[in-house]
Design a protein around this ligand. Sequence first.
Ligand SMILES: Cc1cc2nc3c(=O)[nH]c(=O)nc-3n(C[C@H](O)[C@H](O)[C@H](O)COP(=O)(O)OP(=O)(O)OC[C@H]3O[C@@H](n4cnc5c(N)ncnc54)[C@H](O)[C@@H]3O)c2cc1C
Length: 394
Amino acid sequence: MSPTSGRVAIVGGSIAGLTAALSLRDAGVEVDVYERSPQPLSGYGTGIVVQPELVRYLVEHGIDLSSLSVNSTAMAYVDALTGNTFGSIPAEWRFTSYNTIYGALLKLFGLERYHNGKCLVGIDQDADIVRMRFSDGTSSEADWVIAADGSSSVVRKRLLGLEPRYAGYVTWRGLLQTGEVADDVWDYFDGKFTYGLLEDGHLIAYPIPGRDEGEPRRLNFQWYWNVTEGPELDELMTDTRGTRLATSVHNKALNPYSLDQLHTRGEKLFGPFRDLVVNAPSPFVTVVADATVDQMVHGRVILIGDAAVTPRPHAAAGGAKACDDARTLAEVFGHGGDLRTGLQRWESRQLQQGHAYVQKVQEMGARLQHGGNFEPGDPAFRFGLPSGVPSAGL
Ligand SMILES: Cc1cc2nc3c(=O)[nH]c(=O)nc-3n(C[C@H](O)[C@H](O)[C@H](O)COP(=O)(O)OP(=O)(O)OC[C@H]3O[C@@H](n4cnc5c(N)ncnc54)[C@H](O)[C@@H]3O)c2cc1C
């Protein structure tokens, strides 16, 4: 089969979906993206640490990294109750936001073949074709479907019956603009990635670019809380309409008791952390969960990104893994060799990487959430994808 003869549909138009779409289009493949959101995603703009794989497509297409991100020179480790510093190491990372990366990718892909308002509800396939059904009653067919529909992937659920497994904790997230915290709090967090360590959880904070180019930078924080599965988690994840949500409760839907709890606990933190938590205008909460698959290629349906392997966020490379899946998959389609053989090699390599990464972040999470031994600069805690995974070897 000629690799470019088929029509490829991508379900999910976020970081992995768009990177796959752009890379496939460059390889001469006809590609459409089906995204459930009725309009281009605005997300919540929270922070992402830049890894080379995350921005590779953008950089290779002439986008200047300094227009997408802000830089840092250190990683600081602080007791989040007392403010005592455990240490600080030099660390040259760049920080960006989900919106910035998504916006840059979407701008390159354009809207012509990016179909908003297409929420996949059903999928089936035979030897020649894949059929997709959407919640608006429409359907579509493609020779190949790439499922990039994220951590709660409907495609993964339909194929494997698999749901993400709760990690035992949630993360509160928030963003602050200049002026929403005092200048000395800004200075405290500026230019670095700060860990705020606790016996029963941890915080992270770092600056990210403004919403649009030229706008002032913002401060981004996350606070990971251990929350037992059952009534306690159910209450936190139940919105003002009484619906138990699976993944995130957005700020406007948070029940007032949950918000009160955040602020009450926040008041006890060391000053700069307290100010972030208490002053953030629209904090929201997301459950932390993992999922792994043992197979990414299912006939003519291929899982990538979080839809294949969903890692917890601690090594800051989930987006990078998603983009790496996408870009290397497009290489297979564009290579011109035997597609099935190429896919087998690709799957084996990406699974090896995904599984090693999930193991790494699970170990990090266990130590970070339970007051475990945490040495500044410990290589086990280094951000990024695991090294030592062989190249795709097409
Ligand atoms: C708290 C947190 C912090 C993180 N920090 C970092 C970081 O610092 N660095 C990093 O690299 N990564 C980070 N990540 C991980 C990163 O955000 C994800 O790995 C990345 O977004 C995965 O991209 P994706 O395209 O696979 O999935 P997603 O970004 O989840 O996108 C899935 C897309 O599919 C769409 N969709 C879902 N269901 C359907 C359907 N049925 N039909 C059609 N469309 C559908 C969704 O609307 C969405 O657009 C973090 C994640 C979390 C939760």
